[in-house]
Design a protein. Sequence first.
Length: 202
Amino acid sequence: MKAENTMTVFRYRPTVAPEWLVVAAPGCLLAVRLDLSSDRIEPLVSLTRGGSTVQGLLDALTSGGLTNTPSFVLAFWLPGRLSDEGVGVVARGEGRAIVATPQGDVPIEAGGFASWTERHVDAATTVTFDLGDPGASVVELEIDGGSVWASRVSVSEAAESGASADATRPAAAPASPVAVAPPADPVSADAVVPTPAAPSPV
């Protein structure tokens, strides 16, 4: 029987040169390769944090046409059910995911820029996006959710035991503000990214 409370843990590795924007929310993790001045940043952050469907996110990512669609990795799952229900992953271009399971790691990456790869992996324990060289020696930090520029990010779920979990859990680093200027079980476009709680002020 699954514990009543499940804690979602996002960990990321900062990067010197901002190339990959990571947006983390309960049930959803998105990494997309963008320029700092891209006008896609604000809409993608709002959609991911605001409870968009997977189809809504894909529509936003491909809004400029498939040729102009950036590299990205998208993972989605039912909060608290990552290991029970598994995870759906969509990858395009240079995006790469590694899904850890009790049977071993499952790498997921796109075969090229013409389209993307869709996979569903059962019994996932951790999902990691490997996004390239951070450019310096860095340590991994934890966030509760939000948006950061990163070279690596992962998500896992662990059982909480009420007050004791709060007492032993290390303080999460605040998310950096964004500069606003099919396998057997194919990915469902109608899957809903759950609406997260409002992020804590920085």
